[in-house]
Ligand binder design. Structure first.
Ligand SMILES: [Zn+2]
Length: 450
């Protein structure tokens, strides 16, 4: 095989390199089953030692988000929405069109009032009254999310007048590194909200590890790109942290935790509005708020951020995430409006689409070592015949050697259907990553040899 320099990956450090894990069947935190949460996983770590080539370029990760993938630390995964106990839909909203509802507006105002305090308000009204012009401007502007979300911040207050508010509230966008203070907040949050024990290694793996290469950058539009912790400090104390991925064109919420001393202030709402504001101010078009699971009542709050969009799990186009869509989900948990329309309009043959196979025929399937995205009829994957046409061109990495799949000895005799075989592994990667993105990706087949 050729050396890494010879096959078009001049700079392998500037290319997405992924290591396929394969199908995974785990317990589900949404409905409490012990198996049944099915997904396909790949490792995309850059933090691993010894040094590997693994890592994902932020724009490629954004493209994967738009095919239903997400990450947990260094691992990226794509849920099998047909086969899983719960259906994890990707949703997003356009920050410029977001309209906060009255509960969301109230939460932001209540927190501002608490931080400012009564004395501050009174003194401000006496010494620095708002001009009629400013009052009129505010009234006409209505509830401006970006403006209102910054109102309790110390820097904002100090830019207006020298008065001291009741509390000093600060927001800092920090790199996603470990600190004892963040860990203690995580430990407290896990215990009090999830009744779960935390570990330092779990915290690092889940909320500090990241797969991006480079880890931090600034794109051509001047936007920060990378994994960040947006930290909330009140009078110097860390009271909440939002774990965020800043990506080309979107802010992706990974996790949010807060201290329960502040439960009454609806930080869930405040943090979502803050992240939408970050997207709006930073020039990231969209805010991705994590998966929406219709069957999980705890997730219903995500419907309140409108207008928003939901990703079609087969055709990967976006639909309004409105009452009509949710009504369909009541009776049809796995729903691809685009594919259903294509059958109707284009005369697509439903018998060739796994989507139309009744769910009861394929699930629950017993988890076995031999599960592949093909044997399990995983949702939204590229069809095998389409994969066969392009699989030979896949760039692969074996140890430090870069090659094209068809250069593998006896490649033409390999059976794509044998679980765990090299050809099967590459086919699964193409099936889930998609034919469009594959030319930008290198599949690492053996980690140990690096
Ligand atoms: Zn579940």
């Amino acid at each position: 095989m050729a050396d890494t320099g010879q096959l078009g990956a001049k700079n392998i450090n500037d290319t997405t390199v992924l290591f396929p894990y394969g199908c995974n069947d785990s317990s589900c935190g949404y409905c409490d089953v012990t198996v049944g949460n099915k997904s396909y996983m790949m490792m995309a770590s850059v933090d691993r030692s010894p040094e590997t080539f693994l890592g994902i370029k932020p724009d490629d990760y954004k493209a994967l988000l738009d095919r239903g993938w997400r990450r947990s630390g260094n691992i990226i995964y794509k849920p099998d929405m047909r086969g899983s106990c719960c259906q994890e839909y990707t949703i997003r909203l356009k920050s410029s069109t977001f309209k906060p509802n009255s509960k969301q507006r109230k939460a932001v105002n209540a927190w501002s009032n608490y931080v400012h305090g009564i004395d501050y308000k009174r003194e401000q009204a006496q010494k620095y009254p708002i001009s009629r012009q400013e009052k009129r401007r505010k009234r006409l502007a209505g509830f401006n999310v970006v403006e209102r979300i910054h109102e309790p911040e110390y820097a904002t207050l100090k830019s207006k007048n020298p008065l001291e508010p009741a509390h000093k509230f600060e927001i800092r966008l920090e790199e996603n590194t470990f600190t004892q203070e963040k860990y203690e907040l995580f430990e407290h949050y896990q215990k009090s909200i999830h009744d779960d024990e935390a570990t330092e290694s779990g915290f690092k793996r889940f909320l500090c590890a990241n797969p991006f290469k480079p880890k931090y950058s600034v794109d051509e539009k001047g936007r920060k790109i990378g994994p960040y912790h947006q930290c909330y400090y009140l009078d110097g104390r860390l009271i909440a942290v939002a774990v965020l991925d800043l990506l080309p064109d979107c802010v992706s919420g990974v996790y949010f935790m807060y201290h329960t001393d502040f439960s009454q202030w609806s930080f869930g709402k405040i943090s979502a509005l803050r992240e939408i504001s970050l997207a709006e101010e930073g020039g990231y078009e969209y805010y991705y708020m994590g998966y929406y699971i219709h069957s999980c009542p705890k997730m219903r709050y995500k419907c309140e951020y409108q207008p928003s969009q939901i990703l079609d799990p087969e055709c990967y186009d976006w639909h309004p995430f409105d009452d009509a869509f949710r009504t369909v989900l009541d009776s049809k948990p796995y729903y691809s409006p685009s594919l259903e329309k294509r059958v109707e309009i284009e005369g697509l043959d439903p018998s060739t689409e796994p989507y139309f196979v009744e769910r009861k025929n394929i699930t629950p399937y017993p988890p076995t070592e031999d599960d592949t995205v093909f044997t399990t009829n995983m949702s939204g994957v590229v069809k095998k015949e389409d994969i066969e046409a392009i699989i030979g061109d896949t760039r692969i990495l074996v140890g430090r050697k870069l090659a094209i799949a068809e250069m593998i000895v006896n490649w033409e005799y390999m059976d794509i259907d044998i679980p765990g075989s090299t050809k099967n592994k590459i086919a699964e990667a193409i099936a889930t990553v998609g034919a469009q993105l594959m030319p930008k990706v290198i599949i690492c087949l053996a980690l140990g040899q690096q």
